[in-house]
Design a protein around this ligand. Structure first.
Ligand code: ADP
Length: 263
């Protein structure tokens, strides 16, 4: 009898805690939804005044009288830099808010295409940034890399990883991009590796770098124009494609980001 009573009361307790947690979840989900909507609306609303400020700065830069003055020119350059930084932040926040709003895979526009020219174009876009730091860029790829995926999003993923590799590699370093297709259990897997000879990531931060706004060194990231959102976007793109992203890193030696996506 005692055993039966114990089972009965444990059962009641389990059921009660189940229903209470369900009830508690509703307001939490609602609050979460409202918070996401707020971020999406705020970033959207802030883009318009930002573009007005940018065009005003551009108009001021046309005034010869103003730009002759060294201090004014310096202030205008700083304004332009900050506007660029804020626009990037707004766009990244909007991307993540959209990413949260629906099932990730529903937001992909998949097509069959050759990934190699996209990778080459992305490398070319970043060449100037790399050459400013005297960083040598290497590229390994087969003749063509035909995949079925979202071309724009994969290009964005590549841009984020390469941009980081350049940002966090000191002058004179090297960045290597390798892409290819590997067979795995009757599937074709797109592999992307972005390897650098940069500052590396401490072991205790490896699990956190994909979190929103996480930066190993806030001051260094900010100085490089970062907000800690790039890798969260990269992870979202990889997840949406049903793939994986891993990082191997050693402080002072460099990092390698490895992406695998079934295609
Ligand atoms: P951020 O805009 O700060 O670069 P990310 O989300 O792209 O934001 O990256 C998060 C953090 O991960 C960075 O602030 C940096 O500390 C670290 N990180 C990312 N990529 C690299 C890399 N290739 N080498 C060293 N650290 C990196």
């Amino acid at each position: 009898v005692l055993a039966c009573l114990a089972v009965f009361f444990i059962g009641i307790a389990v059921l009660l805690s189940y229903f209470m947690s369900k009830r508690a979840l509703v307001p939490i989900q609602e609050a979460y939804h409202r918070q996401r909507q707020f971020v999406a609306d705020a970033s959207h609303e802030l883009r318009t005044p930002l573009s007005v400020i940018l065009s005003s700065v551009e108009a001021l830069e046309m005034e010869e009288e103003l730009t002759k003055n060294e201090l004014t020119q310096k202030l205008l350059d700083r304004l332009r830099e900050e506007i660029k930084r804020m626009t990037k932040l707004m766009n990244d926040l909007l991307t993540l808010a959209r990413a949260d709003s629906a099932h990730a895979s529903l937001q992909l526009v998949k097509e069959t295409f050759d990934f190699r020219p996209h990778a080459e174009r992305t490398l070319r876009l970043l060449e100037e940034l790399a050459s400013k730091k005297n960083i040598r860029m290497h590229f390994h790829s087969p003749e063509s890399v035909i995949i079925a995926a979202d071309a724009d999003k994969l290009t964005q993923l590549l841009y984020i990883l390469l941009d980081n590799a350049i940002k966090y590699t000191p002058d004179g370093g090297e960045v290597t991009l390798s892409i290819g297709i590997a067979p795995f259990k009757q599937q074709r897997i797109l592999t992307i590796s972005v390897k650098d000879t940069g500052i590396g990531i401490p072991p205790e931060s490896l699990d956190r770098i994909f979190d929103r706004f996480y930066r190993v060194d806030k001051a260094r990231s900010r100085q490089q124009g970062g907000h800690g959102l790039g890798l969260s976007i990269a992870k979202w793109i990889v997840d949406a494609h049903g793939g994986t992203i891993h990082v191997q890193s050693e402080v002072g030696k460099g990092s390698e980001f490895i992406v695998k996506i079934p295609c």
